[in-house]
Design a binder for this molecule. Structure first.
Ligand code: L34
Length: 293
């Protein structure tokens, strides 16, 4: 069994991106600039955004963190988005999710300039992705593709089961893995709340992508021996023995599934760091105008 070390891979790619930034500077270009809007005081969001800003620092990007109180109105947030669309010094930006209940995330998403949408969430980018046109790929699915690629895991012709159908992970992941691309050509099944025999579907898979948000949901008896298991879940479980009062577990029962899988991602230190890496990769593409000329 091989542990897919997302943290280590992220550090490796960090060095590669830092070199590209040096090259850009040597050619007289400005460094890439990522902005992030963070609304409210959700502890997990704060920690995720903090790692995004730190990654920018580490590779020599400029970053701007815009923190807003959770009382911000939808209109004010839309104004902020408009400002970032018009700010020529910003190459790409994100609005960290989730947003407070009084703000419609769809409305905010639609207001983002697709050319600066380094999350790849805007319908223009999602549509371009689905059509196989150049686009920013959503960070988590792209991070997973990079993991599979860098660990030389062949996907062509493999049966892949994606558990969960969210707009930001399950749905785009299933599209990408079924496409005719280097890491793709899978026969993909999406498993969701209305699936008849969830366990059998998962058991058929050569590659399992778990993105449901339920702690330890995938158990060893559901996994085909030798399968590749990618765990997207980040669930907080109360744990008084920990300083923070909780520990993180994935959607996969790691202790037991790791005994049957050929490759597996841990939580933490698996997909999470690759999500951050992938956002930074997209920001570099934005600065270099690789997707939109
Ligand atoms: N707009 N909202 C927007 N874009 C995103 O791409 C995200 N996401 C998801 C939540 N909301 C978003 C993230 O940034 C999830 N996510 C994310 C980012 C980083 C990590 C996990 C999720 C991460 O670094 N996880 C660490 C553990 C961090 C901790 O200790 O809490 C890990 O090793 O898995």
């Amino acid at each position: 069994m091989v542990i897919i070390d997302g943290k280590e891979l992220a550090s490796k790619i960090k060095v590669e991106i830092a070199k590209e930034v040096d090259l850009l500077k040597a050619e007289g270009h400005k460094v890439p600039h990522l902005a992030a809007i963070l609304v409210g005081d959700n502890a997990a969001s704060q920690s995720y955004v903090k790692s995004k800003v730190k990654f920018c620092d580490d590779v020599g990007f400029e970053s701007t963190l815009i923190k807003k109180d959770e009382s911000i109105t939808e209109e004010e947030l839309l104004d902020l988005v408009k400002d970032l669309n018009e700010d020529d010094t910003v190459d790409g930006y994100i609005v960290q999710l989730p947003l407070p209940r009084h703000i419609d995330p769809e409305k905010i998403n639609l207001a983002i300039d697709p050319q600066k949408d380094v999350d790849g969430f805007h319908p223009t980018n999602f549509g371009r992705m689905a059509l196989g046109l150049p686009s920013y790929l959503p960070a988590t699915p792209q991070g997973i593709l990079v993991m599979l690629e860098r660990y030389n895991i062949s996907t062509s012709g493999k049966k892949c089961v994606v558990v969960g159908r969210s707009n930001i992970v399950g749905m785009p992941m299933s599209i990408l893995l079924s496409q005719k691309r280097e890491i793709g050509n899978c026969t993909v099944t999406i498993v969701h709340s209305r699936t008849k025999d969830v366990e059998q579907e998962i058991k058929n898979a050569d590659i399992v992508i778990a993105a449901i948000g339920r702690a330890n949901y995938i158990t060893a008896d559901m996994v085909k021996p030798g399968a590749v298991v990618i765990d997207v879940g980040i669930n907080r479980i109360e744990d008084p023995t920990k300083k923070r009062g909780y520990r993180l577990v994935g959607d996969v029962d790691y202790a037991n599934v790791s005994k049957v899988a050929s490759f597996i991602t841990p939580v933490p230190g698996g997909v999470g760091p690759m999500t951050v890496t992938s956002l930074i990769m997209n920001t570099l593409k934005a600065a270099k105008k690789e997707i939109y000329k």
